[in-house]
Design a protein around this ligand. Structure first.
Ligand code: MTE
Ligand code: MO
Length: 334
């Protein structure tokens, strides 16, 4: 390993995420065991990905072969679920990225999936200790239906540039609508299985406790940290901006959710009351711009907040969740 131990490059602040597609130098990075020692100066053309498990015909694809296949691009939100030991903490490590590569579904079709298969496991080459648990690989899973729904990519480009080592060169998995933790970097192997992956990253870490139920006589199963919950962020005005009473100002930001955002509400009293904002439709799996024209009519400190609701009516909690409502306080001097 080139750097061992947890590597974190912190995300930009919400008010710095001004562009719809986040420039590469503004994208956060996370690696649990460090950055593996891969020679990215060479061509890496011989890097192979094994496809095995419940398939008719196990195959291996080299990086060179992937480059010759049809290139697909998907613009999608990329969000870190945050510290697995603090699942209720909102970290807001998020970016919007154009991912290019080969559709995983096309590769799996060639291998031929056994009808009894239910999950896709993916392995990175990195290994090490995280949270006092040793892992032989970074390995994760996703339900097979998610691949069928489209957009799941063996990605080798971000924003039209070859992947850098920290982001998973030469190839990583990208699953639009799923938290970053599932998007395995330095991808080496795809295994088709009939059960969830059995490594620490899918059993010990990254499972949310089930919602409490007083009626169930059996504890509900924990929920894998897969789909991105509805979330929104005010980009402008930035915290502590001085607004002028009577002067119109645009409150705008980004909203996203695995299923797409249906509406965004904005509050000027710290979340006590809300008014509906304008919302752009979703393109691809991208985040969506919301906007509200405010004419400040009170003086003092104003707590702005935004709240996204997805297409099934699920909305952001006030506090105590990774997708808690984000507030920005601004000043209206007298
Ligand atoms: N192989 C491997 N893949 C990984 C990780 C890792 O530690 N090892 N971390 C995951 C987590 S938690 C996140 S949030 C994303 C971060 O991707 P990025 O560094 O390209 O932004 O990678 C994911 N894929
Ligand atoms: Mo993450």
């Amino acid at each position: 390993m080139r750097h061992t131990g947890l590597v974190i490059k912190f995300p930009r602040k919400p008010h710095e995420l001004l562009k719809s597609v986040t420039p590469l130098d503004g994208i956060f990075t996370l690696a649990h065991f460090g950055i593996p020692d891969i020679d990215t100066n060479g061509s890496m053309g011989g890097w192979t990905i094994e496809v095995d498990g419940m398939v008719r015909r196990p195959i291996r694809v080299t990086f060179d072969e992937l480059l010759r296949r049809p290139k697909r691009t998907v613009v999608s939100v990329h969000e870190c679920a945050g510290n697995p030991f603090k699942p209720k903490q909102a970290v807001r490590g998020v970016a919007n990225v154009a991912w290019s590569g080969v559709d995983l579904g096309e590769i799996l079709d060639e291998a031929g999936i056994d009808p009894a298969a239910r999950f896709i496991w993916s392995y990175g080459v990195d290994r090490g200790e995280f949270g006092k648990v040793r892992s032989e690989f970074y390995w994760k899973d996703l339900p097979i239906e998610r691949v069928a729904a489209g957009g799941v990519t063996l990605a080798y480009e971000m924003n039209g540039e070859r992947l850098t080592l920290e982001h998973g060169a030469p190839i990583r998995l990208f699953i639009p609508g799923y938290y970053g933790t599932n998007c395995v970097k330095w991808l080496r192997r795809i295994t088709v299985a009939d059960r969830r992956a059995d490594g620490p990253l899918t059993t010990v870490f990254y499972n949310d406790s089930p919602p409490r139920s007083r009626t169930a006589n059996r504890p509900a199963a924990p929920r894998p940290v897969w789909e991105i919950a509805p979330e929104s962020m005010i980009v402008s005005p930035a915290p502590d901006t001085e607004l002028r009473a009577g002067q119109p100002v645009e409150i705008w930001g980004w909203a996203w959710a695995s299923r797409g955002v249906a509406n965004v509400d904005v509050s000027f009293d710290g979340g006590a009351t809300y008014d509906s904002a304008g919302l752009a439709p979703r393109q691809n799996w991208s985040w969506q711009r919301f906007s509200y024209n405010l004419v400040p009519d009170v003086e003092g400190t104003v707590a702005l907040a935004s709240r996204a609701t997805d297409s099934e009516g699920v909305t952001q909690p006030k506090a105590g969740a990774r997708n808690s409502i984000y507030k920005v306080s601004v000043r209206v001097p007298r």
